[in-house]
Design a protein around this ligand. Structure first.
Ligand SMILES: Cc1cc2nc3c(=O)[nH]c(=O)nc-3n(C[C@H](O)[C@H](O)[C@H](O)COP(=O)(O)O)c2cc1C
Length: 381
């Protein structure tokens, strides 16, 4: 690793993100309030609801595995469902094989995403043990190769390559990608040099912010989002924002934006952390559960929001709408079931006095119609 930020960048000429005119990151108003990617949570319906009611400045998909995509797992494309209301939308991918990142970057570009984020922070055993996610903190040369390969894939797309031209992309996947591409608005059917960002942690076993962030900065990502815990900590203890500040100091010497992440409780807490730790913005994860209004006070929204928006009645209407969007999005799938929606319903009702009883009923629902009748039964609608 190189601790000198003024290193020779000649090894990284391709797709220089700082010169990219179509880089949405640099067009965002600072501070940036974004929705953190969460596997099993931030699917299309969740992102749709969060964007509609809170308008986070940037949102990411759940992470999607590049090895899976390049080995023909067409079902993974469901993670890439989004609609135009969600822009700017970043596709998050993970894995350990640079060549697969390159080919997945072609897919993501063809699908019209505004950016690609590489997960270098997931602590899940299955991900870590495969050498992906946060494990990449221990293999910095590979991490750099992966960023480079992703940028090359975006460049390939701009130069005319499509999913069907990629060696490891199955026909089923490339056909589906082409179909989805045809449905994009004309503007997004044009090839764009989209930016690459990284989401990571402050270390693997120990905190190594200086050397790790310096390694990443050598590859000139457009943005780095950093969760203030090591892999070893998983989600225990408190996020270490003093270490996030060190990452911010390094990023501020470059054009890479820095987003802090970890334990942000609400909008005021986000603002405080942005000021105290000098980050360009934050990503909020768990505090968004059942609370699509968490971003409501962000600069862009302040004027237009209805103060009554956070009233309970509104939240339960949103819960119903979320259920309906969930059903519309996935019910055509032969293996569809309503189970993944139930946890959201639990989160929506957690602040009411009889939450336990209502939640027990909601956990038995199998469709939006049943959700409506339960909410009515308890006079929540
Ligand atoms: C259920 C769950 C799933 C997650 N999945 C992802 C993921 O797919 N990609 C990612 O970069 N981080 C993932 N994370 C980490 C979050 O994005 C975030 O970094 C972490 O929750 C800390 O932020 P918070 O305290 O605001 O929740 C996940 C976290 C949770 C709780």
């Amino acid at each position: 690793m190189n601790n000198n930020l003024t290193i020779d960048q000649s090894s990284n000429q391709s797709n220089d993100q700082s010169k990219d005119q179509d880089n949405f990151w640099f067009k965002l108003k600072k501070p940036i309030f974004g929705l953190s990617p969460m596997d099993g949570v931030t699917d299309h319906p969740y992102r749709f609801i969060q964007k509609k009611y809170g308008k986070p400045a940037v949102i990411y998909t759940e992470f999607t595995n590049v090895e899976g995509l390049c080995h023909g797992a067409a079902t993974l494309l469901k993670d890439f469902i989004y609609d135009e209301t969600q822009r700017p939308i970043v596709a998050q991918i993970y894995g350990k094989t640079p060549e697969y990142f390159r080919q997945t970057a072609v897919i993501v570009s063809q699908l019209g995403f505004d950016g690609i984020d590489i997960n270098m922070g997931c602590p899940a055993k299955s991900v870590d043990h495969s050498g992906s996610g946060a494990a990449l903190i221990q293999t910095p040369a590979l991490a750099q190769e992966i960023i480079k390969a992703t940028k090359l894939g975006i460049q390939d797309y701009v130069e005319g390559k499509r999913a069907k031209d990629c060696d490891d992309i199955s026909e089923a996947i490339s056909k589906k990608v082409e179909q989805l591409h045809q449905l994009l608005p004309k503007k997004y059917q044009k090839a764009r040099l989209i930016p690459v960002s990284v989401k990571t942690r402050i270390g693997y076993s120990n905190v190594i912010v200086e050397e790790w962030i310096t390694t990443l900065l050598e590859m000139k990502p457009a943005a780095i989002a950093i969760h203030g815990r090591t892999l070893k900590q998983q989600y225990s203890g408190n996020a270490n924002w003093n270490e996030i500040k060190k990452a911010a100091d390094l990023c501020h010497q470059t054009k890479t934006l820095i987003l802090g992440n970890g334990d942000v409780q609400n909008f005021q807490d986000a603002q405080r952390k942005i000021n105290d730790y000098d980050v360009d913005g934050v990503l909020i994860g768990r505090a968004t559960f059942g609370n699509p209004f968490i971003f409501i006070d962000s600069q862009d929204n302040k004027k237009n929001q209805d103060n009554k928006a956070t009233s309970h009645k509104t939240i339960f209407n949103v819960a119903l709408e979320h259920s309906q969007v969930f059903e519309q999005t996935y019910s055509n799938n032969p293996r569809y079931n309503f189970l993944p929606m139930r946890k959201h319903l639990g989160w929506y009702v957690r602040s009411i006095s009889n939450a336990k009883i209502v939640r027990a009923d909601l956990f038995k629902t199998n469709c939006a119609k049943e959700v409506k009748s339960i909410l009515k039964k308890y006079k929540l609608l």
